[in-house]
Write a protein that binds this ligand. Structure first.
Ligand code: GAP
Length: 454
């Protein structure tokens, strides 16, 4: 098998997602809406897997973290207190000639509207305005009136929904610091320079966890969570050579943060933030205490009061989705045929196994394959495929990352065994048909790492 691993381009991933129905541009029949996407069947299944693996690691397997699902539209005072109304801005410049708008701090990454080989400002025709601040929150109105008093925002992060519930959760869930609150949900940002497929979109699903700790322990927990999160990304099979940690310097850190490190992935567009881990100190709880008048603090058994400090790992499903697909994508020559294979971690793969009758018109094979499919689908997402040559059916499954295929053939009719084909090694072995279910259960629980080097 010749593995022709080339650095994958974003266009290749976009076209695979499109071709196999993972992701399509949204509102396509109306010409689309900039950087907004809809997920098809395999995309939904993959996202569900990413979300539930995160939830398993962050909530289910821990005693010190509880779940929350707060509203998307919160009282607008929340965003005054958090600093988003005043400070969640990008600096923008407009070009009076080509009428395009650019981020003033990223002009070196942008292309001139008239001469895409040049940067904005580089041609004699470019006529850029002075930078001005542009708030990234989407505004909406609550109720029948549309005036200033009814203005509200779609949340730009899920974190604030957690801070404003600190008191409720600490009391009702009977937790004491150190403990965490985890939330998954949509966030919205009116990004000025969205793009690179799902990497920077205006509507995305964040997975955030706020971990409340005694102030003296904050930096220790910061280190702990950075390691935990890096380990989690490795456990999904992302290759070591494509992951690194980058510490923010003073000028880069958000207003609330006393330490931030990004876990970066080597996307086709270069090293970029996959997940951020921040020490937010007591900024948020203090701000909400001052603005709401409700004390968000902790009183220990000796009666000492303190405002917990917060360590926050924050990531979006979209950034993980793109990283996983880029890492998994391979083109190979097997024999004299090319195949595209997605070497996804089996727990991430949208379909866990395919059930294939070798000769679909053979009634014995067709009946057994159907029965096996109906048994397995009660426990796992599996597919039954009886259309086309067997080689083509294998390739269809390789392209969506299905780790195993169970083929019902002539021998099955004699000894009630099937072949299982491994997506990565292409090895085949025979199993009793009655043992397929438990074989698949065990295989899905095994540790997995990418067979590709690095
Ligand atoms: N609560 C902290 C916070 O929201 P952030 O660095 O702005 O921090 C956290 O966002 C994570 O959310 C990022 O590391 C990234 O994974 C994801 N993210 C942010 N903006 C995004 C966008 N426009 N599209 C996709 N994912 C985004």
């Amino acid at each position: 098998m010749a593995d022709t691993v080339q650095p994958v381009t974003m266009d290749t991933i976009v076209s695979l997602c499109r071709r196999r129905g993972f992701v399509f541009p949204s509102s396509e029949i109306y010409g689309g809406l900039g950087s907004t996407y809809d997920y098809g069947h395999y995309g939904v299944l993959t996202k569900n897997n990413i979300r539930s693996l995160w939830f398993r690691a962050m909530v289910q397997e821990r005693e010190d973290i509880v779940a929350l699902d707060s509203a998307i539209i919160l009282n607008p005072s929340v965003w005054e207190a958090s600093g988003h109304v005043a400070g969640f801005n990008d600096p923008l410049v407009d070009c009076r000639t080509c009428k395009l708008r650019f981020r003033a701090d990223q002009l070196e990454l942008a292309s001139c509207g008239r001469k895409p080989s040049k940067r904005p400002g580089e041609t004699p025709d470019c006529d850029l305005t002075e930078p001005r601040q542009f708030n990234l929150m989407f505004e909406t109105h609550v109720g029948a009136l549309q005036d200033e008093s009814s203005a509200a925002y779609l949340r730009p992060e899920t974190a604030q929904g957690i801070f404003i519930n600190f008191k409720n959760v600490a009391q009702l869930a009977r937790r004491k610091p150190p403990f965490g609150i985890a939330q998954v949900g949509k966030s919205f940002r009116n990004e000025i320079t969205p793009g690179n497929f799902l990497f920077r979109v205006r509507e995305f699903e964040q997975m955030e966890m706020e971990f409340f700790v005694p102030p003296a322990d904050a930096m220790q927990w910061f280190g702990y969570w950075l390691e935990q999160r890096l380990g989690w990304h490795r456990s999904l099979g992302l290759r070591e050579s494509n992951l690194r940690v980058r510490e923010h310097d003073d000028s880069e850190r958000s207003h609330y943060s006393s330490a931030t490190s990004d876990i970066e992935y080597l996307y086709p567009i270069g090293w970029q933030e996959l997940e951020g881990v921040a020490n937010r100190g007591d900024f948020d709880l203090t701000q909400h205490t001052q603005h709401s008048g409700t004390k968000l603090e902790w009183i220990d058994p000796d009666g000492n009061r303190y405002t917990p400090h917060v360590i926050e790992p924050a990531v979006s499903i979209e950034r993980i989705f793109v990283a996983l697909l880029c890492d998994a994508y391979h083109e190979e020559v097997v024999g004299d045929r090319e195949r595209v294979v997605l070497r996804l971690h089996p727990q991430v793969a949208p379909v866990k196994a395919a059930i294939l009758p070798l000769v679909p018109r053979d009634e014995g094979m067709a009946t057994r394959a159907r029965a096996l499919y109906e048994e397995l689908r009660r426990h796992h997402v599996v597919e039954h495929d009886d259309s086309g040559q067997i080689g083509r059916r294998y390739r269809r499954q390789d392209e969506i990352g299905t780790p195993w295929a169970f083929t019902v053939d002539e021998q099955t009719l004699q000894d009630e065994t099937v072949t299982v084909r491994d997506r990565d090694s292409l090895a085949q072995e025979r199993l009793p048909i009655g043992g397929v279910r438990s074989w698949l259960d065990d295989a899905l629980e095994r540790d997995w790492s990418s067979p590709s080097s690095g």
